[in-house]
Design a protein around this ligand. Structure first.
Ligand code: ATP
Length: 248
């Protein structure tokens, strides 16, 4: 029996500044509990796809001009970003975006802004985040701006988790980080996926690492999906090896 679909992007086009067509009909699905990788070179349209889903394009003068987006079986393309977060889908932006002058703990607490279930539940979840990210517990009182890139990435994911999401759109978590730290972060993604059931759509230029953790992948080239398949099949594909994994 096929897994239930949590996110479906159906043939979307995105235009910036009314004229620049950047996504030319992108479709993808994420099964419930899946980790799906969105791969492609710099500029292929990964970030644009994630921002289209979470409705963050307006600030960039972008808009979805065709197609539809469904989350948990309902159309969400007209919802505000906050409403989408309330329904359980949240984006972790590229470049981490912690509040540099707040402590790690204060940053994590900002992630609970859409919740109405009160302080006890929020404190309990904060404790759970510290269990998943022991480094964040150690650094809880440090200003985020003075922590390492890896710690800031963990903080950004931890903050997203504080909204109790069922799906995280994770943009380029490996960016600028040492391989060992990237591995540490992907391991936590895997644990959040298996223990909390969070589904992930993971935009990555680091094809090799992403395909190690994802179950399925899509490859974008200049605004189109040019290939998709189970992670294992993509890893073994000759074109993927040559153009994206740097082996041939
Ligand atoms: P990156 O790794 O840089 O995030 P990406 O695959 O996520 O790459 P996008 O950032 O989605 O790619 O960009 C896709 C294309 O859209 C690029 O050609 C980029 O120049 C263009 N683009 C992105 N943002 C805007 C914008 N605000 N206005 C006009 N064009 C944009």
């Amino acid at each position: 029996q096929a897994a239930e679909t949590v996110l479906a992007v159906n043939n979307i086009e995105v235009v910036y500044d009314h004229v620049i067509l950047v996504l030319k009909g992108v479709s993808l699905t994420v099964p419930k509990g899946g980790i799906v990788a969105l791969l492609g070179a710099n500029g292929a349209g990964k970030t644009t796809t994630l921002k289209a889903i979470s409705n963050l394009l307006r600030a960039e003068r972008g808009e979805v001009t065709k197609g539809s987006i469904e989350f948990q079986g309902e159309r969400v393309d007209q919802l505000s970003p906050n409403e989408l977060v309330r329904r359980g889908c949240i984006q972790v932006l590229e470049g981490r975006h912690c509040f540099g002058h707040l402590t790690i703990e204060e940053n994590l607490l900002t992630g609970a802004f859409t919740r109405k279930d009160g302080n006890v539940a929020i404190r309990r979840d904060l404790e759970a985040i510290y269990e998943y990210f022991p480094r964040l517990r150690q650094r809880r009182s440090s200003m985020a701006g003075y922590t390492s890139g890896g710690e800031q990435q963990m903080c950004a994911i931890g903050r997203a988790m504080m909204s109790r999401p069922s799906m995280i759109l994770l943009d380029e978590p490996s960016m600028g980080l040492a391989p060992q730290i990237v591995e540490e972060i992907f391991e936590i993604v895997r644990i959040l996926n298996s223990s909390e059931g969070v589904s992930f759509l993971l935009a990555e230029q680091n094809t090799n690492m992403a395909l190690k953790y994802a179950t399925y992948g899509y490859i974008l080239e200049t605004g189109r999906v040019v290939m998709d398949g189970p992670a294992q099949a993509l890893r073994e594909n000759e074109d993927v090896k040559e153009f994206y994994l740097g082996v041939s």
